[in-house]
Design a binder for this molecule. Sequence first.
Ligand SMILES: [Zn+2]
Length: 453
Amino acid sequence: MKLLFKRSVVLFLLSSLLVFGIAAFIIQYLNHASAWVQHPTNKHLFNNGKLKASGSIYDRSGEILLEVKDGSTKFHQDKAVRTALMHAVGDLHNNVATGVKVAFGEHLIGWNLLNGVYRFRGKMGDSADLYLTLEGKLCATAYKALNGRKGAVGVYNYQTGEILCMVSSPSFDPANPPNIEGSPEQYEGVYLNRFLSSVYPPGSIFKLVTAAAALDNLPGLESKLYHCEGKMKIGADMVTCLREHGSVTFEQALAHSCNVAFAQISLELGASTLQKYANLAGFNSSLELDGIKTAIGKVNVINAADVELAWAGIGQYTNTANPLNFMAFVGAIANNGVLIPPKLIAENNSFLSRIQKKQILSAETAAKLKAMMRNNTKSVYGEHNFKNLELCAKSGTAEVGQGKRPHAWFAGFLARDDYPLAFVVLIENGGSGSGAAAAVAGTVLQAAVSSGN
Ligand SMILES: [Zn+2]
C-alpha cells in the first residue's frame, strides 16, 4: 500500500507539472506568438534575417508605399513621399511602433493566431495587401510646408473619418536612413509619430471646449459684454492678455482670443462643468485609429484653485492635447456635433471592426461654434489667406515657459459640402498659431482641395 501511495504521489506531481507546463506554454503563445512568427530567425518567412515577401501597402490613389518581394523592401519611388509617410508606413527596422508595417504586421505577412501563416498555404485568399486612406502627395506637401520644423499635420474627412494627410516631423527617407545618433537635436524623437503619440499644451485652441460649455450652460451669454483691461486679478494672481481688448461680445472674445473674457467664463462655468466638456471633447481618453491608440491629452480641474481653473479654460495650467484627438473634436463641430472616428485603413480592408460614431455636442451648439469659427477667419485670420476654402478655425499660441518660443496650433475645418475636411497643425516652438501654423494649414488645405480628394 505504502509503495502504491508513493507512486501515486509521484505520478500526480509529474502530471501536474505537465498540465502547468502546457498552460504556461499556451499563455506564452497567446502573448508572444505574433512576435515569434515575425522574428527574423523564423526561416519560414525570413531568409538571412530578411522578410521574403509580404502584402503591399497602397495609398488612396493606388500608389505603392511599401512592397516586399524576394527579400527586398521597396518604399514609394518619390523621396518626398517616402519621407512624409515614414511614420504612417514604418521604417526598415520597425522602430516606428505605430507604423502600419508594425501595427498590421500580422496582416501583411498573412498570419493569425487561429490559422497560422494562412496566406502561404492558399487559405483565406491572398489578401495581405493594405489600402490606406492617405494621399501620398498631400502628405509630401504638408511635410514640405513644415519646412524642417518639428510638429504634426493632419487632415481628415469629418463625414467618413478617412485621414488624407498624417505627417510628423522630423522624419527621414526610410530607403536611405541617415545617421540619427550623429544629429540628436535634428532627429529628436524621430521614431515618434507626433500626430498620434504626443501631447502638447493646447493654448487657445482649447477655448473651443470652454466655448461649447459656455453656450450650453451660461444663459444670456451671447448678449453679454466682457470687459478686458489686458489683465484680470484672481486672488493674489493675474490672468493676462496680449493687449487690452476693451468691451467684447462672446463671439469677439473667441475671435481675438481674449484671455480675460475666457477666464471669467471659466469661473462662471465652474470646475465640474469645464471638466465634463473637456472629457466630452476627448480629453482624458484615447482615440483608437484602427486599433492604434493615441496618446491621452489631459485636463484635470476638479481640485484646481480659481486662478488655475481660469488658466485651464484658456488652454494653459496643466492641460495637454493630442493633435489627432483635437482634430476629431473640431471635426465633430463641423459634423453637427457627431464625432466620426478617424481611420487610416480604407473600407475595402473588411477585416477591421470600426468604432461607432458618437454625438458629443448638440447640433445647435455645434452650429453656433461653427459660425463663430467662420467669423474668426473673416474678422481675424483673413479670408484672403484662405481663398475659397470657407475656413472655420481657431488658433492657439501655447506658452511653454523656460524662455522657449510657444507652440503654434491651428485647427478647424472647411464649411464646404464638396470638401468636408477637418485639420490640425502643430508646430513645436513655432511661435504664433495664427501666423506660422495658419500658413501651413492654408498651403495644405489648398492642395487638398485642388487634388480633388
Ligand atoms: Zn483680452
